[in-house]
Design a protein around this ligand. Structure first.
Ligand code: AMP
Length: 126
């Protein structure tokens, strides 16, 4: 089934400038901003400007330019926030929730960049 994008989701409103955000980085195809309910000292969301619901939607339909821009934006955000382990930072976790089982709350692709403290193991047993 093709993905249906909801133009009224909160990140679409941020991209339209209807609601404010704390921007960390803006590129031609991507925007990164602080998560409003930060779960770690560093908690930044990186989103493509295009209308993609989740990661596999993006992987299937985004242009090469969008994919390169988004991927590099994630690296740039890690560098800016000082969590890139290759450059003296202590590391980060990149998470992208998709769909119901992953409890995706906002139906616009976003990658969480988390760091600034030990994050523990990736998942807890249900
Ligand atoms: P997810 O559960 O992966 O869909 O995560 C959605 C994230 O968006 C949560 O971590 C929220 O705290 C965050 N969020 C929701 N509204 C805003 C907003 N207006 N500005 C920044 N982050 C937001």
């Amino acid at each position: 089934m093709p993905y249906a994008y909801d133009d009224e989701n909160i990140f679409a409103k941020i991209l339209r400038g209807d609601i404010p955000n704390k921007t960390v980085l803006e590129t031609e195809h991507s925007l990164a901003f602080e998560d409003i309910y930060a779960q770690a000292p560093v908690h930044v969301l990186v989103i493509p400007k295009g209308k993609y619901v989740c990661y596999d939607h993006f992987a299937l339909e985004a242009s090469d330019a969008e994919i390169v821009d988004f991927t590099r934006a994630i690296g740039e955000v890690c560098r800016k926030m000082g969590v890139q382990p290759g450059e003296g930072g202590n590391g980060f976790r990149a998470i992208s929730n998709a769909g119901e089982d992953a409890v995706q709350e906002v139906p616009h692709l976003h990658v969480h960049i988390l760091g600034g403290r030990p994050l523990g193991r990736m998942l807890q047993k249900a």
